[in-house]
Design a protein around this ligand. Sequence first.
Ligand SMILES: [Zn+2]
Length: 406
Amino acid sequence: MQILLADAILTHDSILRNHGIVFDKTIIAIASNEELKHQYGDQCQELGIGSILMSGLINAHVHLEFSANRSSLTYGGFMPWLSSVMANRDELINDCDDTCIATAIDTMLTNGITAFGAVSSYGYDLDACIKAPQKVVYFNELIGSDPKMADPLYANFQERLFASQSTKREGFHPAIAIHSPYSVHRILIQKALSYAKTHALRVTAHFMESSSEREWLDENNGDFKPFFENFLKQHQAANTAKEFLTYFQEVPTLFTHVVHAKENELKLLKDGEHTIIHCPISNRLLGNGAIDLEKIQSHNINWVCGTDGLSSNYALDLIEEMKIALFMHYSHDLLPLAYQLWQSVTSNAANALGLNCGTIAPNYDADLLVAHVDYPINEQLPIHLLLQPCTIKSVYIQGQKVKGNT
Ligand SMILES: [Zn+2]
């Protein structure tokens, strides 16, 4: 059992001054430093002025296999970016060996990320994710819109899925990603979702990322048209947006981006108890615009903030991501938005990914960060932590120190 006494604890909706946490694998108690000193005496470790205890952060959406990208891909518009991915994919994938993926995972840990959802296109990141100290939801991705290729593509997906399912390590959760409504045939989607339901697997999918996707799904037209005609000899979208969402009716899913969704689609997302993953930096770099958070909140849909992969970001850092979101959504009141963002990468993300962490309360896993700031702590801490980031001194996962020396 360990007892850490901090200057402040940042919870999902408040700041507890002069409080500490008692924990082993899970959190046992939260109380004032005074009380804990009285009860436990020398067993207490005082972290000092400027110290903050908070939940480990949860990055619900990352593509680790593309971590080699620095400047190979074209930013500014979705189609130029997609074309640059097609042109550079083999090289980027080859350049990212186990060390490259392990480095990306370790960078996330340094940045306080104690759990992540990895979308895996090829299974090349499996070993590194198994060896990672973090909790991992490992989303094996299914892609393929050509019905003639359905069987071999599903077989390839199944092979990767089964390989991840044969792994038994605490905190590693095999799961399923359906790439998007425009890239997966309905037969494949239905087959994979039925498997997910039977085996209680978590599911994610990209949805309504770009205006090109909107136009292609609604009208079979726009920038996607030449892309699909030239590459896949396909003249019609694989699914309409509504059809696509209907398949997920009974499988609560994490839908990434959702920048260009319509009212009726948001209603379906709410009805299906789905979650939206908001990736502000990726959306900006790929010219996709900004999600309407107000609308999402008016539908009362759970949303979380994620980094996406290094194929559309310069960092795997949720604090940087939240800072960008804070400025992107300028019409929102600053302090409430800052709180919502912190909540989105802790308790909301844990709920969506089905993990027992992200909340500082008894019986939750002790996935904790010990941080320090060099300025006085006050009631605007959630804002200051984004503008003048703290130093993360130590990272605990299930009570075990996995990084740092506090
Ligand atoms: Zn993605």
